[in-house]
Design a protein around this ligand. Structure first.
Ligand SMILES: [Zn+2]
Length: 878
């Protein structure tokens, strides 16, 4: 807790560490009231540091000193100094051993950073700066050490004792205690340290790497969840194989362990050899998990596994380089998921997320570059910009190089930097060296914030048979960056003739025509591209595959958009044409609710629904209207009620016009037989449930019965939850009854209870806020559990626009109260919540005043955490 204004840390101030810790021996005595941690640090001067000052500062917070020895001698009180942030030792020798013992209280650790208890189990979370709450250390990623960890605990309560690396020794001790030692041969930064102790069961499997290493795979869970690990294990094996094939990377220890815990701030953590997961991303069975959950598990398991090379073997020099590991690893997990399921649909899902959250962040006071220049609290920079935009930046490099050169570049990266802590510049240099290309302009993607916008115009000259695309780029100002230099933007495009066929393309200075997609490299502020031998006026398909994270403005006519919906081969462009058209209609109806829905739009919907041969997953995306949040982003001032009304009424209009079609699709896509979460079945279920959501717009008793029947018959959570969420929107006793029935059935399953909370938080009923408040007192809710907070409070405030932005300000008051309540327990979770109000300027002046008042109230509260202070103060800066 802070009294002063937190200080800002700058990238430009980076200095290599003066001292290194080559080796560390840790010993934990786990107890019910306190834990003792003894550490021995092997310290030496860093030869790469300019001059060692002779003074050593080690990070450490909330540690109680028991003993401190330098080279075997106790330190006198004038030889060191302790404060809230760490330990300073004066006159440190060039090489020495520092031994310390501290007392910590994991039982009281509600921030869930460092060592804490989750239920009956001890576990850790050290990224980014949690290790300093365990012992004194150089807690920065460029200090890499070999760890040996000994854990001592009660054998009955904690039969399983885990840490990084390989187990080397197990001893039974007196008084029912036991001890195990783990040794990790790979040097790693402290943020990758992990420890777990508990009464856990495991499932086991094995994997043989191409070089013949036999790896034991283990997933540890609490005993009641042992039946729910098979999907996670299968996903891990797929991920290992994929990384061997696509990146030539294999695993390097004898054992790979995953542990599921219920109380966890993030999704999962890639600690070396011992991944710790939010149980949400491990546990699944058909009865309790939805299709989305199954897909989420596959992707998060893969993501953490991929970090073994992109993050662990090669790590970040400092936290400004976070995207070095996260952008690259998200790109890797996106490609893995694309290979496991439908590539086209995966791309659309990624773009939907990026546009909804990252573009919004870019347009807010929290906008920052993929490699930020400064921060107050690094935990606030685990953002969609660093992760998802970072992945887009890697994707662009992969596309500019092409498959073979990109592989050559990543091979070079692994070879050149294995075992080191490096920067995003080092990564890009490998792309440049492998390809011989100059990436200096490209690197602006790392240093300049904001979403670039492309204004594209076209001109067809029938006499010359030329077609000119003129592309202008600009990027809006973001905090601290008023003017930006032009980006290098890869723009994939094609031209369609009147039959919908791809035209062969020749640029003015070329001789051979290239059929299919062209990648234009836009590098100037204004740049014309002239195509020759163009026999007729074409329709351009722009930004195929979403080849760059930009906004494209091109004056398509409605007819052209419908033409692209019917003819374009690229899934993203086809979907985007449908979204653009729907967006136009929806926004027009916000202005004038009676505006006509063009007959062509309804016909296009009908044609799409009738096309039984098409990719059902893609069809689902095309038939999903843009979200309320995304529509709001397209308006000068967000009209919360207007958007909601417009979207609901268009859905109803489509349902009225196409009721028979929707019913037919519903019936044709109902599945018989046991539940399978494969791509084909998932897409059929999505389409069926999408049809049901349109049909439920009609106040039709037969349709409602269909929905209730689906709930009752459902043998899988996807169908049950789809039906239940539609019923939860209604103020009817039938809806209440189903909610109660669902609760009775699943009250003992915390992850299913999260879903139950969320669908009530998202309900369109007018009394939702009161119900959310009442649910906070429900026995299944706990404010100390991040999953519960996100499921109920987070869902209401971030995804129920009409409820949260209620005109009387009750939603804002509620969020302000919750932020302050949470901040005392868990600052990381509190700061995620306060972020929801960062975009207050987007609303009308009354709402602005009310949100501002909450932010000011939070800032004025004494003892507010650095996490929350940073977000609230930056939100108010502009
Ligand atoms: Zn990650």
């Amino acid at each position: 807790m802070l009294r002063d204004t937190p200080t800002t840390i700058y990238l430009k101030d980076y200095q290599p560490p003066e001292y290194l810790i080559d080796q560390v021996e840790l010993s934990f005595e786990l107890g019910e009231t306190e834990t003792r941690v003894r550490s021995t640090l092997h310290i030496r001067e860093n030869p790469a540091s300019e001059q060692a000052s002779g003074t050593l500062f080690l990070h450490g917070e909330q540690l109680e000193l028991v003993s401190l020895l330098l080279d075997g001698k106790p330190l006198e009180s004038d030889e060191y100094q302790l404060d809230d942030e760490g330990l300073t030792i004066y006159k440190i020798p060039a090489q020495c051993l520092l031994e310390s013992e501290v007392r910590i209280l994991p039982q009281n650790n509600t921030a869930l950073e460092g060592l804490y208890k989750s239920g009956g189990m001890f576990c850790t979370q050290c990224e980014a700066e949690g290790f300093r709450k365990i012992t004194w250390f150089l807690d920065r990623p460029d200090v890499m050490s070999r760890f040996t960890t000994t854990i001592t605990a009660d054998r009955q309560r904690y039969p399983v004792l885990l840490s990084n690396g390989n187990p080397v020794n197990h001893t039974e001790l007196a008084e029912g205690r036991h001890q195990i030692t783990w040794q990790d041969p790979f040097p790693k930064p402290a943020y990758l340290f992990a420890l777990v102790a508990g009464d856990l069961r495991s499932i086991e499997d094995s994997h043989t790497t191409p070089s013949g290493r036999e790896v034991a795979l283990k997933i540890y869970v609490e005993p009641e969840n042992i039946e729910k690990c098979d999907h996670a294990m299968a996903s891990l094996k797929h991920a290992m194989r994929w990384d061997e094939q696509c990146y030539g990377r294999e695993y390097d220890l004898d054992i790979y362990m995953i542990v599921a815990v219920n109380d966890f701030n993030m999704g999962a953590m890639e600690n070396k050899g011992l991944n710790i997961f939010n149980s949400k991303y491990v546990l699944a069975s058909p009865e309790t998990a939805t299709d989305r959950d199954f897909q989420g598990i596959e992707s998060v398991i893969a993501h953490e596994y991929f970090h073994n090379w992109t993050g662990n073997r090669i790590t970040c020099r400092d936290w400004f380089q976070l995207s070095l590991k996260e952008g690259l690893t998200v790109f890797r997990d996106q490609e893995f998921s694309a290979d496991m399921g439908s590539r086209g649909v995966k791309r659309i899902e990624d773009v939907r997320l990026l546009r909804a959250h990252q573009f919004a962040e870019d347009a807010s006071p929290m906008a920052h570059p993929v490699r930020p220049d400064s921060y107050m609290e690094i935990n606030n920079f685990y953002t969609v910009t660093v992760y998802e935009k970072g992945a887009e930046v890697v994707r662009m490099q992969a596309n500019l190089l092409g498959r073979d050169l990109y592989r050559k570049a990543t091979d070079l990266y692994f070879e050149r930097f294995d075992g080191q802590a490096v920067t995003t510049d080092d990564f890009v240099q490998c792309m440049a060296d492998a390809s011989g290309r100059d990436f200096s302009q490209f690197k602006r993607w790392y240093s300049q914030a904001g979403t670039p916008e492309l204004n594209i115009s076209s001109a067809y000259d029938a006499g010359q048979q030329t077609y000119t695309l003129t592309i202008e780029q600009h990027c809006p100002a973001t905090p601290g960056q008023a003017d930006k230099a032009p980006f290098l933007i890869p723009l994939a495009m094609g031209l369609l003739d009147s039959d919908g066929h791809e035209m062969p393309l020749t640029l003015a200075d070329e001789t051979d025509a290239v059929a299919g997609t062209r990648m234009l490299e836009v590098s100037e502020r204004r740049q014309p591209f002239i195509f020759t031998d163009i026999k007729e006026q074409p329709v351009p398909a722009l930004l195929r595959g979403f080849s760059a994270p930009v906004k494209v403005h091109y004056g398509y006519g409605d007819e052209e958009l419908m033409f692209l919906m019917a003819n374009e081969q690229d899934g993203f462009c086809r979907w985007d044409a449908a979204q653009t058209l729907a967006q136009r209609i929806l926004l027009a109806r916000v202005e004038s609710p009676e505006a006509e829905v063009p007959a062509g739009f309804i016909a296009a919907f009908e044609n799409a629904l009738a096309d039984t041969g098409s990719d059902k997953a893609l069809l689902c995306e095309v038939l999903t209207l843009p979200s309320e949040g995304y529509l709001g982003d397209q308006m000068k001032e967000v009209d919360v009620e207007g958007i909601h009304r417009s979207r609901e009424s268009l859905k109803k209009r489509l349902a009225l016009a196409l009721k028979a079609r929707f019913l037919k699709v519903y019936r044709e896509n109902s599945l018989e037989g046991p539940y399978v979460p494969d791509a084909a079945s998932i897409s059929r279920r999505s389409l069926k449930n999408l049809a049901l959501s349109y049909l439920m717009q009609l106040e039709d008793a037969d349709v409602e019965q269909l929905c209730i029947d689906q709930f009752n018959a459902g043998d899988n959570m996807t169908d049950v939850l789809s039906a239940l969420s539609l019923m939860a929107d209604r103020e009817s006793s039938a809806g209440e009854q189903l909610l109660e029935q669902f609760y009775q059935q699943w009250q003992n399953d915390p992850l299913v209870m999260d879903k139950w909370f969320t669908l009530q938080a998202l309900s369109k009923r007018p009394d939702t806020l009161d119900r959310v408040k009442a649910l906070m007192r429900h026995p299944a809710f706990s404010i100390a559990n991040p999953n519960k907070v996100r499921a109920l409070i987070g869902a209401f405030c971030s995804a129920n626009a009409t409820g949260f932005h209620a005109a009387d300000g009750s939603g804002y008051q509620f969020l302000g109260d919750r932020v302050l309540e949470l901040d005392g327990l868990n600052p990381q979770v509190a700061s995620r919540m306060v972020r929801i109000m960062a975009r207050w300027q987007r609303y009308d002046s009354q709402r602005q005043q009310m949100m501002k008042a909450q932010l000011e109230r939070i800032l004025k509260t004494e003892g507010v955490s650095r996490d929350v202070f940073e977000i609230a103060s930056k939100s108010l800066e502009q």
